[in-house]
Design a protein around this ligand. Structure first.
Ligand code: IPM
Ligand code: MG
Length: 301
């Protein structure tokens, strides 16, 4: 589908309602590129396309794993951010008034519960520590709700080693000792920030994949894969971007759809390419997007 900045600038159209309904009811999954373009200074199209899909399809869980690839970070590190993806400070409610600006952050129990439940299940599956990032010392209402529901789930999941941490202290500990973290759960805003930081442990924005899904499956289309990075307008169209984040996002999508062997084949191909020394510029090499993609494809069985 053509929707993006180019299409918006040419037609004034972001994501038409009919196309949205088609995606919602006519497809099982979406593979999403990246949005953001300086030619649309207010980011209107990003909001109307990406946030519309996340919020409209109720894709509450945004999963952002960080596992360094050969040569991109410390071996064996395995961090996973579970970011609430539809509300909080990104609920798009607020106003600009003379001398005053307001952005509301709305947190609802069903979405927060869904996100936390997914994070608890994953931490139990991995047998790793689960950390909630919050600022309930200041954001008493919204983050207070997060801490309360976290404690509720903690009681129901005694098998999970879980702790709640103030996000500022968490960030300091994360940089100093990333291995002391396993799964990190966070609201939309904090999760957005934390997942860029964790991406830096594994080669940066170019390699970070992500998957969003609706655990309660309100519509036929209940999953969207997209790289963590944006559209990188400074290098767009110049054959310089790293395709790995996008390729690994497809692997996450395959796994989610129950295609585990296919997911592993894709991940293995990326690992092999890096083991052979294939590197785009962001990883210190000189391969272009197309060349990197071809080398990865050539590793497929
Ligand atoms: C991300 C991006 C988006 C977000 C932008 C493009 C709206 O930064 O997916 O992390 O903030 O959610
Ligand atoms: Mg972001």
């Amino acid at each position: 589908m053509p929707y993006g900045a180019e299409h918006f600038l040419a037609t004034g159209e972001t994501l038409p309602e009919a196309a949205y309904a088609d995606l919602r009811d006519g497809f099982d999954a979406i593979l999403f590129g990246a949005v953001g373009d300086p030619r649309v200074p207010d980011g209107r199209h990003a909001e109307a396309i990406l946030l519309r899909l996340r919020q409209g399809l109720e894709l509450t869980v945004n999963f952002r794993p960080c596992r360094p690839l050969p040569g991109t970070g410390p071996e064996g590190l395995h961090l996973e951010v579970f970011r609430e993806n539809t509300e909080g400070a990104y609920c798009l409610q607020g106003s600009t008034e003379p001398g005053r600006a307001v952005d509301l952050a709305v947190h609802t129990e069903p979405a927060v519960r869904r996100l936390l439940e997914a994070a608890f299940v994953r931490a139990a599956q991995r047998g790793c520590v689960l950390t909630l990032a919050h600022k309930a010392n200041v954001l008493k209402h919204g983050h207070g709700l997060w801490v309360r529901l976290f404690q509720e789930l903690q009681a129901r999941h005694p098998e999970v080693s879980a702790r709640a941490m103030h996000a500022d202290a968490l960030l300091c500990a994360l940089v100093q000792d990333p291995r002391s973290f396993g799964v990190i759960a966070a609201d939309n805003y904090l999760g957005d920030l934390i997942s860029d930081l964790t991406a830096a442990f594994a080669g940066g924005m170019g390699t970070a994949p992500s998957l969003s899904w609706a655990p309660h499956q309100p519509f036929r289309c209940a999953v969207l894969a997209e790289p963590v990075h944006g559209s990188a307008p400074d290098i767009a169209g110049k054959n310089l971007a790293n395709p790995v984040g996008m390729i690994l996002s497809t692997a996450l999508l395959f796994r989610h759809l129950g295609w585990e062997p296919e997911a592993q084949v894709v991940e293995q191909a990326v690992t092999e390419a890096l083991l052979h020394g294939a590197r785009t510029r962001d990883l210190g090499g000189n391969l272009g997007t197309a060349e990197m993609g071809t080398i990865i494809r050539d590793q497929l069985p």
